[in-house]
Design a protein around this ligand. Structure first.
Ligand code: NDP
Length: 455
């Protein structure tokens, strides 16, 4: 059993058997296996304290989704040619509330990727302290280079099947990679048409004019920076004056840049899947937004338009020296070599804006070097937490100001930080946010599952 921390502690037999059971049943899903491993790795002390979890096989039940949907998504391109994609929705665990989690449109999507994301989502959602279960969905559709009309037709076809599985008390999707405001609009429109109901609580990330919440667009990026700020404060530091590197240049990355700048940091680099830009004066946020949000262009265009900035094709954005690193693109983008470079360059904090961007080996390097490390299920939970705020506003038919929504987000991130910190201390590992997040999320879901009987 390849536990990343084999050397650190002996594993409870219940943890070992649950991992082996899961690995046998899901042999071709490396990302899912990795996500399960990362959580189970920290749960032995919790199982020792609570023998009922092993007796009731809570871990085995947690690793098996309550329901997995796979469906055909046929659509026609602008030339009239027919394409067939595959759609997914994994409804993983609803012990704490309706399934909640985003939709990802990216060619790398398969069932294992959606299961990894859905599994992480269970613990992330539990950590928010709110009543939401975990789920995730998406498609292997590649939106890059597609016209608006093609995106619209794809979203309509995708929702034509998905709509029968959704509902504000059942399953509530949102955005993720490749699914932003435009896609949510098309998806909601098709849902409304098929259901013949204006049911705002069925999807989040909506436009402000039709049920969206202020701060939802900014929430994941803002939240991950607020979480970083709390980690720094705990050791007597602040973001003000720090040099920051962000990976990606999508929704999470852009709003991480914005919040880090608000808090006085200088963000000197960001990237996309083709390369990265370095701008030692600090990124020009308006230019970045214009290029990525309005023109939907590549990040290389930034260096063409900004004096003093340079573009590096390929390579690793983590080669750029920084005090704070915010991986905000995709899974497994920061490996052990990159972690060693960051440590050599004096990094003091790393927080995961993306889901599982840091490989287990890289996490180990950072932990050993005593770098503050905020795992995604805690650091990037601001997005889903603000989605719940959107659902609350929808239910009350009201709309909060930016200031009010932002202060709710700040309070939620502070609570998530404190829950992780408290659990880490309770289990004898102060400052270990990975352990704290895994244990605190797990305990909340496990006790709800126990209370609700064998289902
Ligand atoms: P976007 O689609 O807006 O942006 C994704 C960014 O990551 C793009 O810059 C993209 O570059 C880059 N990227 C994607 N795949 C790769 C890859 N294989 N290699 C290198 N770069 C890549 O997505 P989001 O910003 O919404 O999501 C980013 C991450 O944050 C994901 O892990 C997501 O699951 C996570 N997350 C998002 C939340 C949200 O609210 N949006 C909530 C919680 C987590 P390119 O354009 O070249 O593909």
């Amino acid at each position: 059993m390849p536990f990343s921390s084999e050397a650190r502690r002996d594993h409870h037999p219940g943890v070992r058997s649950a991992y082996e059971h899961m690995a046998r049943r899901n042999p071709d899903e490396p990302e899912f296996q990795q996500a399960v491993l990362e959580v189970l790795d920290d749960l032995s002390p919790a199982l020792t304290r609570h023998p009922e979890y092993a007796e009731q096989r809570i871990l085995e039940r947690l690793c098996e989704p309550e329901r997995q949907l796979m469906f055909r998504v046929p659509w026609r391109d602008d030339q009239g040619q027919v394409h067939i994609n595959r759609g997914f929705r994994v409804e993983f665990n609803s012990a704490l509330g309706p399934y909640k989690g985003g939709l990802r449109f990216h060619p790398s999507v398969d069932l294992g990727v959606i299961k990894f994301l859905g599994f992480e989502q269970i613990f992330k959602n539990a950590l928010t302290g709110m009543n939401i279960g975990g789920g995730k969905g998406g498609s292997d559709f590649d939106p890059k280079g597609r016209s608006d009309a093609e995106i619209e037709r794809f979203c309509q076809s995708f929702m034509t099947e998905l709509h029968r599985h959704l509902g504000e008390h059942t399953d509530v999707p949102a955005g993720d990679i490749g699914v932003g405001a435009r896609e949510i609009g098309y998806l909601f429109g098709q849902y409304r048409r098929l259901a013949n109901r204006w049911e705002a609580g069925v999807i989040t990330g909506k436009g402000l004019e039709w049920g969206g919440s202020r701060v939802r667009t900014e929430a994941t990026g803002y939240g991950s920076v607020l979480f970083t700020q709390r980690m720094l404060e705990r050791v007597g530091k602040a973001l003000d004056g720090q040099r920051v590197v962000v990976s990606g240049s999508g929704n999470v990355a852009i709003y991480s840049v914005e919040k880090a700048q608000h808090l006085g940091a200088t963000v000197v680099a960001c990237s996309d899947s083709a390369g990265y830009v370095v701008d030692d004066k600090g990124l020009d946020l308006d230019l970045l937004k214009q290029i990525k949000e309005v023109e939907r262009e590549r990040i290389s265009v930034y260096a063409e338009r900004r004096v003093g900035a340079r573009y590096v094709e390929g390579g690793s954005v983590w080669d750029v020296p920084c005090d704070v690193a915010l991986p905000s693109a995709t899974q497994n983008e920061l490996d052990a070599d990159a972690a060693r470079v960051l440590v050599r360059n004096g990094v003091i904090a790393v927080a995961e804006g993306a889901n599982m961007p840091t490989t287990p080996e890289a996490v180990q390097v950072l932990r050993e070097a005593k770098v503050l490390f905020g795992p995604g299920k805690a650091a990037n939970a601001g997005g889903v937490a603000t989605s719940v705020l959107e659902m609350r506003q929808n239910a009350r038919r009201t709309s909060w100001s930016f200031q009010h929504a932002e202060s709710e987000l700040a309070e939620t991130m502070s609570d998530i930080h404190d829950r992780c910190e408290e659990a880490a201390e309770r289990y004898g590992a102060p400052g270990d946010y990975v352990l704290g997040a895994n244990v605190a999320g797990f305990e909340r879901v496990a006790s709800a599952m126990l209370a609700q009987g064998l289902i």
